[in-house]
Design a protein around this ligand. Structure first.
Ligand code: CAA
Length: 390
């Protein structure tokens, strides 16, 4: 049975900053951000947007394709979850009026949470072939103003409908995984800002990719020549490029050029949005599918990395007619209609975060945008609703 992604959609907040402007204000050469890091713009989430509102917005675009009777699993992969106990998937179910007869949960393992959800969904459909699963990867990446990680922030979500005989991508049953307890990146429960051993994390990303890629080739007898394109978790686009460059010497110059060209298409959305943690790999996949027009039957390789850390490599194949199931025009509009914030305005928005405190909080309605908003916190409970300004 062929199982995979039948629908895929994305959401990113209405606000962004230009990273050349950020570089200038921070006293950094702009080329460091655009070339050295490989990012042009960065999505900015006001406090009315979080993993729940963005996840619901991304999933909303798939609603027409969901068979409500057959939907049995709703998984939110996130590492910027807003409650230490309750799954954000439950608030998403309410916001989208999804049926109650579903298993609903939240998965955490840093940026690997989206892939963990996707693989759980794949296994679920393999066990229940008529069923469907909704997988949502949604995050706000925050390191703090004027930190080394600031240039690698971002915000957004990707939602995927997983079922048998999918219209877009068949996920092959060939995953190779490596898990190990390391301290490259983490977020204590009392803060919304991540901590990272930056250079070490980049080394570990490359090391984990090397481990699973070598093992994958040994187990499958496939080589780089068997892949049309590789896509990567993109904490920043240069990170994916470093990983690709690590394996390029195994193929001839023509193949190297082709892989680099496809990689360039896969990073276009991320260059404008930044890191969306759990959804970053799938934002890269979406960018590749919508901008590159690869032939049906193309074999893609996907590398997922979640700090802490888990690395997974697997392959997938494009289904005939997959273009008809994509929404490139809607995604281009989503990106093009965003409002640019000055760096001063971005800093004010960044500092107006939901506090880690018992007091009530109200989000700034001047920044309400998108289909759903967090209006605030009352009695220590987050309040979500349809955006009254939409
Ligand atoms: N023009 C062009 N390039 C320039 C330049 C200029 N004027 N000045 C510097 N550069 C280049 C540097 O040569 C370097 O390139 P290489 O990596 O190819 O050598 C690049 O810009 C970055 O420079 P630095 O290494 O000096 O950057 P930094 O010390 O400021 O930190 C970072 C970079 C470690 C990625 C930091 O932003 C960070 O800590 N980010 C958060 C952690 C992270 O994203 N880690 C990624 C792996 S972990 C993961 O994948 C999970 C996840 O999502 C977080």
């Amino acid at each position: 049975m062929k199982i995979g992604i039948d629908q895929i959609g994305m959401y990113t907040p209405d606000f962004f900053i230009d990273l050349r402007e950020l570089a200038t204000v921070r006293g950094v050469a702009p080329d460091k951000f655009t070339i050295g890091i490989g990012q042009d713009q960065q999505a900015v989430a006001p406090s009315s947007q979080d993993a729940v509102t963005m996840g619901a917005a991304a999933a909303q675009s798939l609603l027409g394709a969901i068979d409500r009777e057959q939907l049995g699993l709703v998984v939110l992969g996130t590492e910027s979850g807003v409650d230490a106990s309750k799954a954000g998937a439950l608030q998403i179910i309410r916001l989208l009026d999804l049926p109650a007869h579903v298993r609903a949960m939240e998965i955490k393992e840093a940026c690997y949470g989206g892939t963990a959800g996707l693989m759980m969904a794949r296994d679920y459909v393999a066990a229940h072939p008529t069923k469907q699963a909704l997988v949502i990867a949604s995050d706000v990446a925050r390191y703090g103003l004027a930190t080394a990680g600031e240039v690698t922030q971002g915000a957004g979500a990707v939602a995927m409908l997983v079922k048998a005989n999918p219209r877009i991508l068949v996920i092959n049953d060939d995953s190779v995984v490596h898990a190990e307890d390391i301290g490259d990146f983490w977020r204590p429960v009392y803060t919304d800002q991540a901590l990272a051993r930056g250079k070490y994390s980049t080394e570990q990303y490359l090391h984990f990719f090397d481990l699973v890629w070598q093992q994958y080739q040994a187990e499958t007898s496939l080589t780089l020549n068997d892949f049309t394109a590789l896509t990567f978790h993109l904490p920043y686009t240069k990170m994916g490029l470093k990983a690709l460059r690590q394996v390029l010497p195994s193929v001839d110059a023509t193949k190297q050029a082709a892989l680099l060209k496809h990689f360039d298409q896969s990073i276009q959305y991320s260059r404008r949005i930044g890191n969306i943690y759990t959804g970053s790999l799938y934002l890269g996949l979406l960018s590749l599918l919508e901008l590159d027009h690869l032939p049906a039957g193309s074999r893609l390789g996907l590398f997922s990395y979640g700090s802490g850390a888990v690395g997974e490599f697997f392959s997938a194949e494009l289904v005939s007619g997959y273009e008809q199931a994509l929404r490139p025009a809607a995604h281009a509009e989503l990106l093009d209609q965003r409002r640019q914030l000055s760096i001063t305005e971005y800093e004010a928005v960044f500092n107006d975060a939901v506090p880690y405190a018992k007091a009530d909080y109200q989000s700034n309605s001047a920044y309400y945008a998108g289909p759903f908003v967090l209006t605030g916190v009352q009695g220590q409970e987050r309040q979500y609703q349809v955006n009254p300004n939409a």
